[in-house]
Every structure is written in C-alpha cells, then in structure tokens.
Design a protein around this ligand. Structure first.
Ligand code: ACO
Length: 322
C-alpha cells in the first residue's frame, strides 16, 4: 500500500494584527464577550496589497524548504480556498506559476473551513492510485474580505492565513485515512450570497458577506464532529487512546473542547491557535499542524487526528501517522 507521508509543513500569517479591543471600538462588542464565547483574543488580517495567493505562496515555500524538495519535483498541487484571488485561473494554477512547479495538475477545492481536509483527501486518492509521488496541499483564505465589518455576529470570528504540507509517497503510513462529508441542505445557516448571476459580464457582489446563524451552526458542528471521531477511529481499528494529538479546525474553543471531551483527551493534547488567529477557514488546520511541528510537540511516529467543519455544510477528518 502507498501512503502519502508528510515531508514538510509551512505557514504564513499577515503581519497586521487586530485585537478584540480594536473591534470593540468598531462594533457593539467587548473583549470579554469574544473571549468567553469563542476563545479568540486577536486575529491577523491582510492589508489591501495582500492576496490569498501571496499567503499560499509563503506557506508553500516554507513547506517545500522544510521538506527539502524543489517545486519542480511536485506531481500535484491542491489548494483549499473559498477566497481565490480570481474566479479563474485557480489559486493553485497561480501558485504553480509562482513556484515554477512545471506542468503538474493544479486545482482548487472549495469546502470553506473544511477546505484543507478536502484537499488532503483528494491528494490522498492520487497517491493511492499510484499516479503521484510528491504533492503540495495548501489551505489558504482571506476570509476578512467576506465580512461585513459592521456585523458583530461575524466580524469578530475570522482571521486570514495559509498553511501547507508537502506529501511524499511512502510504504509506511502516512495519511492513514481521510473522511469527507457534506450536507447542502444546511445552506440557510451559513452562506455568502455573492456569485455569478445570469447575464454575461454582470458579476456582482449580491451582498458578498458571510451570513451565519451562529448558535445553530454551533450545535450541528459539535454533533457532527463527535460522529466523525468515531468514524475515523473505527475505519482504522483504533481507540481513543491511540491518538496522540487532536488538531482541530479553530472556529471556537468551545467546539474544540467538546471534541476533545469526546476523545477523552486533556486539552494539553489538543493544538489550539484560535486565541491568536481566530477562524482562518481552510488555513486553520495546517496552521495548527505547522505550529505544533515547529515547536516540537508533534514528533515522528505520533498519531494525529485532524478534523474540520464549515460552510456547505462540509466536514471531514484525517488520521495521520506523522
Ligand atoms: N458581541 C456581543 N454580543 C454578541 C456578539 C458580539 N460579537 N455576537 C452576537 N452577540 C449577541 C447576539 O446578538 C445574542 O444577543 P440576543 O440574545 O440579545 O439576541 C447573544 O449575543 C447570543 O448570541 P448567540 O449567537 O446565541 O451566541 P453563541 O454563544 O452561540 O456564540 C458564536 C456565537 C460565537 C458565533 C457561536 O455560535 C459559534 O462559534 N458558532 C459556530 C461557528 C462555526 O463553527 N462556523 C463554522 C465554520 S465558519 C465557515 O465555514 C465560514
């Protein structure tokens, strides 16, 4: 059996930091409310000149450096993003050109906050089919561009960033399994209306802001992520005690704590970045992974459970032996 093995990780965050105190001067909120309800204290936000592809490129270069692999050796690039620089070409194609990654297939996957897990799942299938030996998988978003900065229910939640992994084919695991799901019936609870309406050349924003019924999303997210923990462990014939680290999507500390409880895992075995980064959408899982690899918490041979939930609704997980 061929497994994709993580050979390198990388990340990128915009320099500009926005604190809860700054937001409380813009909208009717407080630092205490945001911290108690979400666990967020600050987030990184792009400036006018930065794009999703800029963040993706920095994260990708970090990951390629840490893997010691040249971009020209890549067989595949998959980018999870919901905030591409352009409708087309895809962020992955733009990234390929900037990295000088030859003519390998390159495409985006749009699954909102589950984007990186989806991208990883798609890449995994290419490895299993034997058609790819080295891949770059990126989660990158500038969700700040989809926010109504006068809506306190959403503008306090999100940040921008990118995380990346380089995968290499290996006989030993590796990404052991990925589990991807969606239920489009939940669209009314979480959506951005902007799109491509009928009529040529009439692309309009249509109110391109994130609309979310937060408390309803919260309940489904907790329920769904508990289920996917069971599904992931069962598929690998493992028990909760086999997992060394939980690396969850960073939307809300209370959702993360609920999943950790389900795993019977103390919070010091959970990688948490939500305090300093907020919800960076598709970037949050690879950003958390990279942080834990670089500070030495995640060690070779350990078992990692990655999971995410987001708009669509989409949700997914990956069990990885690092
Ligand atoms: N400051 C102060 N008060 C606020 C704020 C704020 N920033 N935001 C909302 N409130 C108010 C509400 O108006 C409401 O007031 P009311 O009772 O007078 O109507 C009250 O706080 C409670 O609102 P709830 O929405 O019930 O608060 P809740 O405890 O559920 O927290 C939150 C809201 C943080 C959004 C939470 O529900 C959550 O994290 N939901 C899940 C988000 C998520 O996981 N999304 C999926 C990924 S995102 C993606 O894919 C794009």
């Amino acid at each position: 059996m061929i497994y994709p093995k993580i050979a390198g990780t990388g990340s990128s965050l915009p320099e500009h930091v926005v604190t809860n105190a700054e937001l409380s001067r813009r909208v009717d909120t407080t630092d205490a409310w945001i911290r108690e309800r979400t666990g967020i204290r600050r987030r990184h936000i792009v400036d006018e000149s930065e794009s999703t592809c800029d963040l993706a490129e920095r994260a990708a270069r970090n990951a390629l450096d840490s893997a010691g692999i040249d971009a020209g050796a890549l067989d595949l690039i998959v980018v999870g993003t919901t905030t591409p620089d352009r409708i087309y070409p895809s962020t992955a194609c733009r990234l390929q050109a900037r990295l000088g990654a030859g003519e390998c297939p390159a495409f985006d996957v749009q699954a909102v906050c589950t984007g990186f897990i989806y991208a990883l799942g798609v890449a995994e299938k290419f490895f299993r089919a034997g058609s790819v030996r080295r891949a770059l998988v990126v989660g990158a978003d500038t969700h700040s561009r989809l926010l109504d900065w006068s809506d306190r229910r959403t503008c306090v939640l999100f940040g921008d960033g990118a995380g990346a992994v380089v995968l290499e084919a290996s006989d030993a695991p590796g990404v052991m399994s990925t589990h991807l799901h969606a239920d489009g019936r939940y669209e009314p609870l979480l959506y951005v209306k902007g799109g491509t309406p009928r009529g040529a050349g009439r692309i309009s924003d249509g109110g391109a802001y994130t609309k979310m019924q937060g408390n309803e999303v919260f309940k489904v997210a907790v329920r769904t992520l508990r289920r996917i923990v069971d599904e992931t462990l069962a598929a690998n014939d493992m028990t909760k005690s086999d997992v060394d680290w939980l690396i969850p999507h960073q939307a809300n500390i209370r959702i993360i704590e609920a999943t950790a409880r389900k795993l019977g895992m103390p919070m010091d075995r959970v990688i948490v970045t939500v305090e300093d980064q907020g919800n960076t959408s598709a970037a949050s899982v690879p950003l958390a992974l990279d942080a834990a690899v670089r500070d030495g918490r995640v060690q070779p041979g350990q078992v990692l459970l990655l999971e995410a939930f987001g708009g669509g609704f989409t949700w997914g997980s990956a069990l990885v032996r690092y």
